[in-house]
Design a protein around this ligand. Structure first.
Ligand code: IDP
Ligand code: MG
Length: 188
């Protein structure tokens, strides 16, 4: 019950910046076990499944929050901003290969989200991946039409993790094995 699996994807900005190893290493050092891993170039169709249209209001809301924080005016609605942010996100997600992984560990979903940090790197604390390797804001990405470049995807909750793992990995791409340090970091 305490041991969970979560999906982590190094997005095209992380891959193209050449920091795949550094990012994976952070999770490995924390004792999280890689139970699935692959590099793949996702199709538009697949990206639409990972980022479904029902995310549009969420993305629009994140842009608007950011505009409010910095006093940026817009005549666009939340829906319009969300639609263009999602379109940019789909283009960004398919612009180069990504590295998809499944990590296993104690309360792994929450532990990984903490390491990744909040969506917008401009408010991500130092010590988180988004806070250590990026500084732009989601509002900026929306204005520039560049896709939300925040390096990494991590499942938001247990239910999302289960759905996402099933979308990205087949059963025979996931492995059960022991790490040598497991009795210290997970259990005997
Ligand atoms: P999360 O990745 O922190 O869980 P979500 O709200 O699930 O954030 O959004 C999925 C992805 O959509 C983000 O990681 C980011 O790449 C992108 N995104 C979110 N909000 C915006 C925005 O306002 N503008 C541009 N891209 C956004
Ligand atoms: Mg999310």
């Amino acid at each position: 019950m305490t041991i969970e699996r979560s999906l982590v994807v190094i997005k095209p900005d992380g891959v193209q910046r050449g920091i795949i190893g550094e990012l994976i290493s952070r999770f490995e050092k924390r004792g999280l076990k890689i139970v699935g891993m692959k590099m793949l170039w996702v199709s538009r169709d697949f990206a639409e499944k990972h980022y479904p249209a029902n995310m549009i209001p969420i993305l629009g809301g994140k842009s608007l929050d950011n505009f409010k924080e910095f006093g940026i005016e817009t005549d666009k609605t939340r829906e319009e901003l969300g639609e263009s942010a999602r379109e940019d996100l789909l283009k960004f997600t398919t612009e180069s290969p990504v590295v998809a992984m499944v990590f296993e560990g104690v309360h792994a979903v929450k532990a990984i989200r903490k390491m990744v940090g909040p969506t917008s790197p401009h408010v991500a604390p130092a010590g988180t991946i988004r806070g250590d390797y990026a500084h732009l804001s989601m509002g900026h990405c929306t204005i520039e039409g560049m896709g939300g470049r925040n390096l990494i995807h991590a499942s938001g909750n247990k239910e999302e993790a289960e759905k996402e793992i099933a979308l990205w990995f087949s059963v025979d791409e996931l492995f059960n094995y022991k790490r040598a340090d497991e009795k210290h970091v997970i259990k005997e």
